[in-house]
Design a protein around this ligand. Structure first.
Ligand code: FES
Length: 127
């Protein structure tokens, strides 16, 4: 086998195109979406929440009993006072920081996943 005369440059792996989690235009301001992402070696469901030009993300796992927060894929409940409500047993979470303020896991928090908005799309931070 012929050896490479010009080996790949050290940065070649970083030229792979990142896949967006969502397009910003598909997320209503104040609305939710669900996205699948590979975190480490595990495929995880994420909850995305748009707040103006920013998006926050958490694992779609409730700290109470480990259930998904949505009642159907991508369908999340929001209370009149602007809290995310777990579809399983009604725990309520602040959308600024993922803190549970009412319900069976009060005082616990959702697990944040760092994301960035770039060129109108949402990506895992670092991609
Ligand atoms: S699993 Fe969310 S409140 Fe019980």
């Amino acid at each position: 086998m012929e050896s490479l005369k010009h080996p790949l440059p050290p940065h070649a792996e970083s030229t792979a195109v990142a896949t967006p989690l969502a397009l910003l235009e598909h997320l209503a301001d104040g609305g939710f979406a669900e996205a699948e992402a590979l975190l480490g070696n595990d495929a995880e469901s994420l909850l995305l929440y748009r707040d103006g030009d920013t998006v926050r993300a958490w694992l779609n796992v409730c700290p109470h009993a480990g259930r998904r927060l949505d009642w159907a894929p991508g369908q999340f409940l929001k209370s009149r006072d602007g809290l995310l409500v777990c579809a399983a047993h009604g725990a309520s979470f602040e959308l600024q920081n993922g803190l549970c303020t009412a319900g069976p896991c009060r005082g616990e928090s959702l697990r944040a996943v760092p994301v960035v908005v770039r060129d109108g799309a949402v990506f895992l931070a670092g991609e």
